[in-house]
Design a protein around this ligand. Structure first.
Ligand code: PAF
Length: 281
């Protein structure tokens, strides 16, 4: 496995390859990431994993400095899976003119709701780095987790709007046996908080079950927030949306997604669940 530490090294390597699949990550890899890599390997022998903690997607008071960095262990796990290359550039290589002067990619409409409302600028940071990674790596295929559902939809819209020649593949969320979605930020939780945090997925599942008989979305959302509060969370949002554009759900939508963000202590967790509307024609 090659470890490509600069854009120049990546470009030299890329010239010798034909098809490439990309799995963009910020490192600290867990089984959820490794599943993305396995999915990419099923589709393409030549997989590149990028490991870059992207400063542009973190807010001023967020965990950029403390975000876990475990490059050596990450590379060992990726090598064992048969990944061709890891791309791990420096911030100065990715943003040579500095963050303030960097050209940005903005996907309107979807970027400032839900997580985008709580984390202003976050999705502009995500869209910008993903667009840059696509230009740097030039993959035919890129694989992302459905756990970050809003991120996935932002990236899909960006690819469509900018006519980027990349197939975007979303893969199912990997969960602990408790149902808790795997996330690098779970490492911030104590053992007790981890147990409590399983209530997030449980509440999504309960809401999904209720949706088959009740489409009073406001009532379901309020009940779910109450449940999360009782379980020790401070809810940020709990919202039932159209699965395509993430606008407020209507009883006619063919597919919904229930999205939730909530704080367990200082840790902000997100999760979601898709629901097919059996009543829609
Ligand atoms: O999901 C992530 O880990 C990041 O948001 C991504 C897509 C790698 C962009 O930095």
């Amino acid at each position: 496995m090659r470890i490509l530490k600069s854009l120049a090294e990546l470009r030299r390597w890329r010239q010798q390859q034909s098809e490439v699949a990309l799995v963009p990550t910020m490192g600290n890899l867990h089984d959820g990431h490794l599943q993305l890599v396995k999915t990419a390997l099923e589709r393409c022998d030549n997989v590149v994993v990028s490991i870059f903690v992207n400063p542009m997607q973190f807010g001023a008071n967020e965990d950029l400095d403390s975000y876990p960095r475990t490059l050596e262990a990450d590379c060992q796990a990726l090598d064992a899976l048969g990944v061709s290359a890891v791309f791990t550039p420096q911030v100065s290589d990715v943003y040579p003119r500095g963050l303030d002067k960097q050209t940005r990619i903005e996907v309107p409409g979807i970027s400032d709701i839900l997580c985008g409302a709580s984390r202003p600028g976050h999705f502009t940071g995500v869209a910008t780095i993903v667009c840059k990674l696509f230009n740097m790596v030039q993959p035919q295929l890129a694989v992302f987790g459905e756990k970050d559902y809003q991120q996935l939809q932002v990236i899909r819209l960006m690819v469509q709007d900018l006519s980027l020649p990349v197939e975007v593949l979303g893969t199912a969320t990997q969960r602990e046996t408790s149902g808790l979605a795997m996330s690098s930020r779970n490492g911030y939780l104590s053992t007790e908080q981890k147990q409590q945090a399983a209530a997030l997925y449980k509440t999504l599942e309960e809401t999904k079950a209720k949706l088959s008989v009740n489409t009073d979305f406001g009532e379901l959302e309020a009940a779910a927030k109450e449940k999360l509060t009782q379980a020790g969370f401070v809810p940020d949002y709990f919202s039932i949306r159209n699965a395509e554009d993430l606008q407020k759900a209507t009883p006619e939508d063919p597919e919904w997604v229930i999205l939730a963000a909530a704080f367990m202590g200082k840790t902000r967790l997100i999760d979601n669940l898709r629901v097919t509307n059996a009543a829609a024609k």
